[in-house]
Ligand binder design. Structure first.
Ligand SMILES: *Cc1c(COP(=O)(O)O)cnc(C)c1O
Length: 361
């Protein structure tokens, strides 16, 4: 993200659409946190963290799970646990792990990353097979395929289950392991009414985030087979991500899994309404090409400023911020607006009309 225009005071009134990470825990979530039994999770005896890890592992049909501070750490631990230095990771070129994780695969795992192209953050089994180098001492060993679902820079897009199965089958046939960056897997689950375990089934490891659409203050989780999660424990410690009375946070995550998943459908509806209003009524803005055909698939809306528009995305974001609407400029001529727990329908409508107003030629 290039600019972070936002309220200086977090309680400034306004509509904050910069990310679905800006939500604050609800009163009921805070109560659940305060009521959570606690222990020392580094010594292995925080009952709430254990309950969360077991519940999540069961939800996604894996043997074990590990609670971690962030989605970035979840991805990086999954990569470190399944690769050796010099290995190659294959993923979409617009992946979060390439754009927003500070070079983690290189810094933490010593891996090369091969980026594939394709619409909406997706790629095909033949794209993948073409990228896997033959077994030859000249070449890096392709070790891990990573899929992001929903795909953030692909427009909050949802992978079709059949193509996801084809890609992971192809990867496995070539001896690669498969990791699912499911920071927003909850959104894919709700948008397609596909069980979480089916979305996760083709993968060796899966991570999900609790502090995005689900509204928890902190926390992500990575799940997989018992041996891989055993390794993941060591790398979480190595990266400084082992936390003591973490049940306080796991309590929020458990509450979010019970109460905030199905309501994501509301955010998806708001995104469609928002996109219609922001691109209508004489607005010069257009939906991101990946969203142009079907509109926003989940809770993320990307709007492109046409070349003819005299201001760039950063300037548009700055002007909107002065009127109390906060979005991110994610490119020179692209802004992003994300719907979440703390955005009502009338706020979404208001923000979209304001954007359309600012974008009239
Ligand atoms: C947000 C996000 C992450 C992790 O982000 P953190 O801010 O580190 O929690 C990982 N993958 C995707 C696709 C994301 O959108």
């Amino acid at each position: 993200m290039q600019t972070h225009h936002g309220p200086h005071n977090p309680v400034t009134p306004g509509v904050d659409l910069r990310s679905d990470t800006v939500t604050r825990p609800t009163a009921a979530m805070r109560e659940a946190m305060m009521a959570s039994p606690l222990g020392d999770d580094v010594l292995g005896d925080d009952p709430t963290v254990q309950r969360l890890q077991e519940a999540f592992a069961a939800l996604v049909g894996k043997e074990a799970a590990l609670f971690v501070p962030s989605g970035t750490m979840a991805n990086q631990i999954a990569i470190r646990s399944q690769t050796e230095p010099g290995d190659e990771i294959i993923c979409h070129e617009d992946s979060h792990i390439i754009h927003y994780e500070a070079g983690g695969p290189a810094a933490i795992s010593g891996c090369m990353v091969r980026g594939l192209r394709g619409p909406r953050g997706t790629f095909t089994d033949s794209d993948l097979l073409a990228a896997i180098r033959p077994d030859n001492p000249h070449f890096a060993v392709a070790r891990l395929a990573i899929i992001e679902n929903t795909h953030n820079r692909g427009g909050g897009s949802v992978w079709d289950l059949a193509s996801l199965n084809r890609v992971t089958d192809a990867a496995r046939a070539k001896g690669l392991r498969c990791h699912l960056d499911g920071a927003r897997l909850w959104n894919a689950h709700v948008a397609t009414a596909t069980p979480m375990r089916d979305l996760a089934a083709p993968f060796d490891t899966v991570c999900c985030c609790f502090s995005k659409g689900l509204g928890a203050p902190v926390g992500s989780i990575v799940a997989g087979d018992a041996r891989t999660i055993h390794r993941a424990h060591r790398f979480r410690k190595l990266l400084g991500g082992a936390m003591r009375q973490a049940g306080l946070l796991a309590g929020a995550a458990l509450y979010a899994m019970d109460h905030h998943v199905q309501r994501l459908a509301i955010d998806h509806k708001h995104a469609r309404t928002f996109a219609q209003i922001a691109t209508g009524g004489g607005s010069a803005l257009r939906l991101h090409p990946d969203q142009a055909l079907h509109g926003p698939e989940t809770n993320i809306v990307y709007l492109d400023l046409p070349e003819a528009m005299p201001i760039d995305a950063a300037e548009l974001a700055a002007r909107l911020a002065r009127d109390g609407v906060f979005v991110l400029a994610t490119g020179l001529r692209r802004i992003r607006a994300v719907m979440h727990l703390d955005v009502t329908e009338s706020q979404a409508r208001h923000a979209a009309s304001l954007i359309a107003q600012h974008a009239r030629p």
